[in-house]
Every structure is written in C-alpha cells, then in structure tokens.
Write a protein that binds this ligand. Sequence first.
Ligand code: NAD
Ligand code: IPM
Ligand code: MN
Length: 354
Amino acid sequence: MQTQSFKVAIIPGDGIGKEVTAEAVKVVEAVGKRFGRTFELEHLPWSADYYLETGVTIPPNGYDTLRGFDAIFIGALGDPRVPDNRHARDILLGTRFELDLYVNYRPVKLLHERLCPLKGRTPKDIDFTVFRENTEGVYVGIGGRFKPGTDEEVATQEEINTYRGVHRIIRYAFEFAAARGLSRVCMADKSNAMTHGHALWQRVFKEVAAQFPSIQATHYYIDALAMYMVLDPAQFQVIVTNNLFGDIITDLAATFQGGLGMAASGNIHPGRTSMFEPVHGSAPKFAGKNIANPVGAISSAALMLETLGLRDEAATVDQAVAAAVVAGECTIDVGGKLGTTEAGDAIIRRLAPL
Ligand code: NAD
Ligand code: IPM
Ligand code: MN
C-alpha cells in the first residue's frame, strides 16, 4: 500500500475545544494506522491562555505558517477572560479571511431519530448541507463607533457583498449539488429589506441557476427559511446563504442532529489549505469536566480527510461515528452515559477493520 503523509496543524484552542480536539486527533491517528497513512500533526498553542501569557493572538507570520500545512484543525476559541474575543477574531476569523476560505461547509445529518427534537422526524427527513459564505458579509469588521459610551453613540457595522464573493459561493453550492446528483438548491437572503446588498444575491442566484437547468433553484427569505427548516426539513438538500444567516441557521440545524455537540464544519478554499472545526464553541461551563460531546469535532476531522482526498478513511470515520451514536455509546447530551474520552474510544473501537 502506498504510504502518503499529510501535515496537519492542530489548534485545540480554549475550553472544551482542547478536549474534543484530543479525541479527533486520536481518531485521525487510528484511521491513519489502518489505511497506512501518516499524519504529521503539529500542535500550535494559540489560545486565550497563550494570548494572556504572551500578549500575542497569532504570531506575525502565523497565517504563512498555516499555509504550509495540508490542512488545519481547530477545536474552539472563546474565553470569558478575553471579553472582546480578540484572539478568536485573529485566529478563527483571521484564518478564514487570510486563507480566503470562502466555503463554510456545514452538513446536517440526523443519525438516529431519538436525537431530533422535531416531532416524528427520522434520518430520511434530515439530510442537507448548508453553504455559508465565509469571507464577507458583516464579518469583515468595517464600521466604527462615534461618541462611544455616551447617549449620542452611533455604531455602524457594514455588510459587504461583492459580485465575486457572492458568485463563488453560489456557484460552489450548485457544483456540489450537481456532483452529488442532488436536484435542489435553496438560496436564502433578506432582499425584501436589504434592498442593495441582497439584490446582488438575487441577481447572481438567477444567473448561476440558469447554468444548472437540471437543478431546481428555490429562494426563501431567511425568516421564512427558518420556519420551513422546522416545519418541513425534508425539502432541503442544499442551502446557500450569507455569512451571518449561515451562522445562525447552522446552530438551528445542529439541534436537528442532537445539538451543537454533533455538528461539523469545513472552511474551504478548493485546492488550498483548508480548516476544519466543530460548529460549537468553547462552552466554558463544560470545560475540563470530560462531558463535552466529541462527535462534532470527530466528524469535522472526517470532512478534513474527505477534502484531503481520503474518501475511504472519511467514510470509515463517519460509519464508526454513526454506529457508536446509534448504539448509545456516546455522551449525555445525546442520550449516552460516556465521558468525552470514552465516547472517542467507542468510535475508535468501531472503525471497521480493513
Ligand atoms: P457554545 O457552542 O460554546 O455552547 C453553547 C451550548 O451548546 C453549551 O452550553 C452546551 O449546552 C452546548 N454545547 C456546545 N458544544 C457542545 C459539546 N461539544 N457537547 C455538548 N454540548 C455542547 O456557544 P456559546 O456559549 O455561545 O459560546 C461560548 C464561547 O465560544 C464564546 O466565547 C463564543 O464566542 C465561542 N464560540 C466559538 C466558536 C468557534 O470557535 N468556532 C463557535 C461558537 C462560539
Ligand atoms: C461559528 C462561530 C463564529 C462565527 C464566532 C465564534 C465568531 O459562531 O463558527 O459558527 O460567528 O462564525
Ligand atoms: Mn456559530
């Protein structure tokens, strides 16, 4: 068997990020061993602790360092001791922007009906993918505060939408659907109120949809989309939306899967170094207690393997995760009795032998 080596940067980050990353690393190493792949995992200490000790969020050459890896894995960033979240902005959002990771890939898949809070829904009803634009929108940090702290304070936060940015994420969503033999793509915006920025989304969606005549292109305003997600999630195959709306609806979608602990994501620029992380944050209340669910992190590692071209390895992890969760060998948030490390071990035990 051909031995191929992959260099991966590991940033465990803060809170439960450290605990779930340890489990994802265990799984990547175990699956690598089975398939004869070598992963050179380099742990980077960038976190709230590191920032509070050194005053550095990410070193000056940090993004270049990251570009030198085949992939990046992040646990979570956020710590009450850093109230302005400066380190998360530089490490997490900074990586998305600087590496131009314009596709935020967030698959939503229900593994067992007991996990879904929606009445009567089963795994066949909940299986869709959200593509969240990841480099523009309100996240760019353009704006300011005038007379801060006074009764006359004015605060602005601009939303940026560019033709190039909107086009490339919508196009990616259609290409993904076409490549997987899917028949529906839904775009969500707020063009009835945001008549400038989201008119651009409308125009580009129609333009791109016309190039994919075999795919049914539908549009909902984001408020209606939220309602339909709850009422009739089975109608969705691919959803594409902007940065902020994508953030919000993927927390909602995570609940369909059993909660934030289950949801995975990839931050991708096709053909370049991409970054993978669970959808959840650092959950400070849960930190250090061995109770956090590692599935979101482990499934994010599977997305990383898939993006590195290791499809069999990714599928092997996915089936092990599904088997463990279905069997109830999981953490308490999803109805099991196991701690974080034991839930990781249960998944490793279920990696199918070659
Ligand atoms: P959070 O995702 O950290 O936690 C919200 C709740 O979701 C938790 O209280 C818990 O009930 C549940 N939860 C989350 N992850 C879980 C897991 N693995 N297992 C079981 N339950 C889990 O969101 P928050 O409380 O809004 O944010 C906490 C910090 O994390 C903040 O600083 C925030 O900015 C940051 N954050 C970071 C990321 C990231 O790094 N990608 C994402 C979201 C939030
Ligand atoms: C996410 C998170 C981040 C975001 C925060 C931590 C800035 O909520 O990855 O979903 O809003 O993108
Ligand atoms: Mn979020």
